[in-house]
Design a protein around this ligand. Structure first.
Ligand code: AMP
Length: 219
């Protein structure tokens, strides 16, 4: 199963991707997590990526596509994968679909913008394992420790209001072209991303169940 998750920042892609990866035993590949690792250190590349991420801008299509394809070529992706945060532009979507890693479905997680702004401002992440905690289940978690590995929880610089505004704007610009592209391929599926994490996961589980019953596409 080759699944892509698409949705506004804060729609729950990371959380749901982790659950999908666990249930279907496939790797969760988050280009955002890859860049958060790459930005550590003092190299020119690390500094450049750090700046792009902190401003809420997008990494170039060429760079992200190369990094994603390198990762997807790994042995552990042979049985499938769940992609989180890629593709994010029409160029990336076209490159992915022309590659050996084309998706079975792009799953769009729909959440209203007002809800997104609320979620992002209260979101905290583990600086080490990248687990995400929302304000609802984590309330005022800043300075607290990750229940999974004991590392400190932080607010991502790109969850600050100025960066959030840029990220939402970039997402909206790329939204329709990507949706239209996958719709034209007959491989788009939208699910309601509002409500508790487990309710949203149940909706995704149903979609994946139907997908697995469909005859396999010729590659
Ligand atoms: P995310 O955690 O998916 O919100 O990604 C964090 C940041 O990584 C984004 O704001 C971008 O700067 C960068 N990034 C992640 N995925 C992509 C992508 N597919 N295209 C361009 N930039 C990306």
């Amino acid at each position: 199963m080759r699944l892509g998750l698409f949705g506004l920042p804060g729609a729950g892609k990371g959380t749901q991707a982790q659950k999908i990866a666990q249930k279907w035993v496939i790797p969760h590949i988050s280009t955002g997590d890859i860049f958060r690792e790459l930005q550590k250190g003092n190299t020119t590349l690390a500094k450049e990526i750090r700046g792009i991420l902190a401003r809420g801008e997008l990494v170039s299509d060429d760079m992200v596509t190369k990094i994603a394809f390198d990762r997807l070529a790994n042995e552990d992706c042979k049985r499938g994968f769940v992609l989180d945060g890629f593709p994010r532009t029409l160029n990336q979507a076209r490159a992915l679909e022309a590659s050996p890693f084309s998706l079975d479905v792009l799953l769009v997680i729909d959440v209203a913008k007002a809800e997104i702004v609320k979620r992002l401002s209260s979101r905290r992440v583990c600086g080490h394992c990248h687990s995400v905690y929302s304000g609802e289940d984590g309330q005022d978690l800043i300075g607290n420790l990750c229940p999974k590995d004991g590392h400190i929880l932080i607010q991502r610089p790109d969850d600050m209001p100025e960066a959030v505004a840029i990220r939402l704007e970039l997402f909206e610009r790329n939204f329709s072209p990507i949706m239209d592209f996958y719709q034209s391929l007959g491989r788009l599926c939208r699910i309601d991303g509002q409500g508790p994490v487990d309710t949203v996961f149940e909706r995704i589980r149903k979609v994946i169940g139907q997908l697995n019953e469909r005859p396999k596409r010729d590659k």
